[in-house]
Design a protein around this ligand. Structure first.
Ligand SMILES: [Zn+2]
Length: 179
């Protein structure tokens, strides 16, 4: 079994964008997921699913006002403007990631590319269960505090994620619950 990246498309992003997003994420995770954690697929979903603690999940919500991560009972809360990851550490950590479609639409010429870069950033916070220290310890590139669609993935990002990919982190699926 390889790694699956799950995208909770709560914002209803159209399939032409999510098709491109899927390809972009596969490119960003290429060379990171290999061997026992080989990279399999990106799945776009709108309801909870069989997401393992070796997988990764990021929600796309329409804006900060529609945050689902704010409903997660976390011990460390993200404070990003384009996306957030909050988590709870313990014997097995649990993490919740989301990105804000309105902010990324405003700052990207290529929405699918902008989304993929931000999602990669949030999933770095998620897999490392690391707050703002990621911005200085994550190898520059897509670990930086501010991410644009033009920001490139660095070799440091690859090394950082490769070293952590096998660590189990439960992916919070409460964002799919209807209020
Ligand atoms: Zn960040």
């Amino acid at each position: 079994m390889g790694l699956t990246i799950w995208i909770g498309n709560l914002a209803g992003v159209s399939s032409d964008i999510t098709d491109e997003l899927r390809t972009n994420l596969q490119t960003l995770f290429a060379g990171i997921a290999s061997g026992n954690n080989s990279f399999d697929t990106v799945k776009i979903i709108t309801a909870s699913d069989s997401i393992s603690s070796k997988d990764l999940l990021c929600y796309i919500v329409s804006g900060f006002g529609n945050s689902v991560v704010k409903n997660f009972d976390s011990t460390v809360n993200g404070d990003g403007t384009a996306g957030n990851t909050s988590f709870r550490t313990g014997a097995t950590s649990t993490a919740a990631s989301e990105v804000y479609l309105d902010v990324i639409t405003d700052t990207s010429d290529d929405l699918a590319l902008g989304l993929s870069k931000l999602i990669f950033h949030e999933l770095m916070h998620n897999k490392a269960t690391m707050g703002n220290e990621l911005h200085t310890k994550g190898g520059g590139g897509l670990a930086a505090e501010t991410i644009l669609e033009t920001t490139a993935r660095s070799q440091g990002n690859v090394n950082f994620m490769k070293a952590r990919l096998a660590n189990p982190v439960v992916q919070w699926q409460g964002g799919f619950s209807k209020p």
